[in-house]
Ligand binder design. Sequence first.
Ligand code: SF4
Length: 343
Amino acid sequence: MNYLNLFPLRLSTTQDFELYNRCPYLWLKLRCEYWTKYSYNIHLEFGKEFASALQTTRVAYYKDLLPAREAINLGLNQILDTFAVTFQEDNGNGLKTPAKMQEVFERYFVEFPLDYDIVPFILANGELSVEQSFDIELPFEHPELGIPLIISAKPDIIGYDNRDIIHLKDEKTASQSGLTDVIKTTNKYRVQNQGIQYVTLINRNNLLGEGRKITQMGYRRIPITKTKLSDRSGAIPKNSVVVEEYSFTMDAWYQEEWWQTTLLLVEEMLIAYKKHTAGVPRAFNRRYGNCEKMFQPCELTMNCSSGSAQDLERNGYVQMYRDKDTGEERPMREKRIKLGLPV
Ligand code: SF4
């Protein structure tokens, strides 16, 4: 059996830099060899659908100028039309249901009313600065295709506060209960790491136009846990806070540090990949130290102890990628063929 690999065409903080720093070997398996095992993931689905409903409401309010109540109702209806249709009994803590999402959605706008939140603006492409994707070229070429490597940024919302300071906000629904303070802090700084990537790339490339620069990042954490939401059927207690907000200053020094460190990291990844494809053993090492230190379970744990692709296959993993146009899972082999690469 011929096991294929392909260096990512697009790099991101969470999928690439963070994963590579955690364990280069795991990054190779997940991001270059595309080992995957399909299962419905309530946490991913819940986060995706919640973000999409927020986008619908914000576009309706800030761009289409609907009254706040109508804009919020559009988001609520979307939850019924999409998430409630695809929802499967969950593999999480039993709290992430369509009804619970609607309840949290409604409460989100009690804590951050549309009239008083940061105000997004229209970008040069005519789109509102809500859930916009920005693709930026890195000064490196893809090792097999020879085209510039791309890095992507997709912030939830960018907008002005009442002092004309531009903020970037990232919202994440969280599910874990009983997290230690160390893990909560680690998670907070993981989001900050994503924020500095977005801010640096957008500012460096003047993507907001008219000399606008982002200087603040806010992380809005929406915990869907029993302590926050009472029980499965119960309503959220009136006085409990549903959204926790953390703020980080994104100054010029911090942005430059991130940029220079990222260039070094991408260079290291490319060198390791070239060695690996040339047959050099252990070009991507396992980082046992980081693995334990971060308390993160490994997605391919059995592979760490055995190290063989055959074991992954025996455990139900396949080399598949998700086709962006159709949303379908397709064999990775097809991706290489589509790109004109040998298989
Ligand atoms: S279990 Fe092994 S392969 Fe997985 S992250 Fe830890 S060190 Fe890396």
